[in-house]
Structures are given as structure tokens and as C-alpha cells.
Ligand binder design. Structure first.
Ligand SMILES: Nc1ncnc2c1ncn2[C@@H]1O[C@H](COP(=O)(O)OP(=O)(O)OP(=O)(O)O)[C@@H](O)[C@H]1O
Length: 236
């Protein structure tokens, strides 16, 4: 949940006070032009940035005052994730599970869940630094789901994936959705059309639409006309 979240970088406002909720069982798509504020919102919710004003909570835990509990309840895929080039996928997922306090059998289950979710079985021994962009993206998606959190915040999760893996991941997210609140950002309108229950459109650091997907679709099931109208409207 976000309540009047605001963030500036230097003097420039990136988010001008955004409020929304995502409930368990819901896949919410964050849409908007480059620089509209999607990633900043996700980083604030995931506890990787502090808001200048407003508040946010994950599973009822405030991301600032109860930061560790909030972070424990979320799996986060950053945009363009990098790091840990020398770790193999196996080592990376073991590290991710242990960082979440999972050891022994719980760690093993977390790694199995993650490997299965992101279809990584064929590359477990490969170091992250030697992976293609799509495989690396899948390793980072895997670390987000390893501890089976009630909330997933995935910043452009399908961008680097090939068509088969895109479809596979969408299916996995659909399967996971009943028990989780899932937030994804995407520039692929067709993805929002097929995957999301609700869509939030950002424009220049503000929310210009927050609506159930069907209410934004035209008679042919397309989001593009409403999306274009929202971006063209004088919504500042
Ligand atoms: N670390 C930073 N330092 C300075 N400005 C930043 C930083 N991160 C984001 N911004 C600015 O904040 C605004 C919102 O950026 P944000 O990354 O949230 O947009 P976005 O909607 O995710 O865009 P994209 O679709 O390109 O990923 C932009 O003006 C951006 O330049």
C-alpha cells in the first residue's frame, strides 16, 4: 500500500504523491512513459529508497519504521539487475535464501522453488557474470520468489526474456497470484492486457489512472487507446 508517496532526486520531483493499494490475489500493472515514476515507486515499496513524504507498507509493515519486516515480506526484482558475477546460479540462490534466514531443508525448498519458477535447472553451475541478459534476468527473478513472499515487486520482469520464457513467466505469475499481491511494471501493453487484473498509469510522477483492466480495454480488448488518451491528457 502506498499513501501520498513522494520522492525528489536533487531538486527534481520524481514522484509527486502517489497512493494505491494492491491486495492478495491481484496482479497490478504499473504503466507509464520512461521517467514517469514506476521504478521509483517500486524501489520505495521494496525498501531500497526512503520516501521524502508519505508512507508505504508491505503486508501491513511500514517500509521505513518496520523496514526489516516489510523487506522480509517482499520479493523484489530491480530494473537491470547486476552484481555477484562470480557466483554460480546455485550459489546465488543459496546466498539469497540464507539472506532471508532460510537454512537446511527450508533453504533447499527455497532453491527448488526458485529454480522451478524461473526454469533454471539447465544453468545452475554457470556464473552470473557469464550469463546472457535473459538468463541473468531469470536468476534475479528466482531470487525474488525463493522465500515465497506474500508480495512480489517485479520491475519489467519480462523485458529481456525470449517469447517462450515470457509466456512461461506470465503463466507462473498467474499461478502464483492467488496468494500474493504482485506488482509488475511493463512497457508491453499486450502483457498488461493478458496478465494484469488492475492497471495503474503513471504520468510525470503522478497516477493518472488506477482501474480494473476491463474498464480500460476497448471493444477489441486493447489497452492502447485508453493508454494513449491518458498520456495525451493534460493530467499534470
Ligand atoms: N537515482 C536517481 N537519481 C536522479 N534521478 C533519478 C534517479 N532515479 C530516478 N530518477 C528520476 O526520477 C524520475 C522517475 O524515474 P523512474 O526510473 O522512476 O521512471 P520509470 O517510470 O521507471 O521509467 P522507465 O520506464 O524508463 O524505467 C525520472 O525523472 C528519473 O530521471
Amino acid at each position: 500500500m502506498a499513501q501520498s508517496l513522494a520522492k525528489r532526486f536533487g531538486g527534481a520531483p520524481a514522484l509527486g504523491g502517489v497512493s494505491f493499494q494492491a491486495g492478495a490475489g491481484e496482479i497490478v500493472g504499473l504503466l507509464g512513459a520512461n521517467g514517469a515514476g514506476k521504478s521509483t515507486t517500486m524501489r520505495l515499496l521494496a525498501g531500497y529508497l526512503r520516501p521524502d513524504a508519505g508512507s508505504a507498507s508491505i503486508a501491513g509493515r511500514d517500509v521505513v519504521s518496520d523496514r526489516l519486516a516489510a523487506r522480509a515480506a517482499v520479493g523484489y526484482l530491480p530494473e537491470s539487475p547486476t552484481g555477484f558475477p562470480d557466483l554460480t546460479i546455485s550459489e546465488f540462490l543459496a546466498f539469497a535464501a540464507e539472506a532471508r534466514g532460510l537454512f537446511g531443508a527450508a533453504r533447499r525448498r527455497a532453491i527448488e522453488r526458485a529454480v522451478d519458477f524461473a526454469d533454471l535447472a539447465l544453468a545452475l553451475g554457470r556464473p552470473l557474470g557469464a550469463l546472457s541478459q535473459g538468463w541473468r534476468q531469470r536468476a534475479w527473478i528466482a531470487q525474488a520468489v525463493a522465500h515465497d513472499p506474500p508480495a512480489l515487486i517485479l520491475d519489467e520482469p519480462t523485458t529481456a526474456l525470449d517469447p517462450e520464457q515470457k509466456a512461461r513467466l506470465r503463466g507462473r505469475l498467474r499461478d502464483a497470484a492467488p496468494g500474493k499481491a504482485i506488482l509488475i511494471s511493463t512497457h508491453i501493453l499486450e502483457e498488461a492486457e493478458t496478465l494484469c487484473d488492475r492497471v495503474i498509469v503513471f504520468r510525470a510522477g503522478r497516477i493518472v489512472a488506477d482501474a480494473p483492466l476491463p474498464s480500460l480495454l476497448d471493444e477489441r480488448g486493447r489497452l492502447a487507446p485508453a493508454y494513449a488518451a491518458l498520456n495525451a491528457a493534460d493530467g499534470r
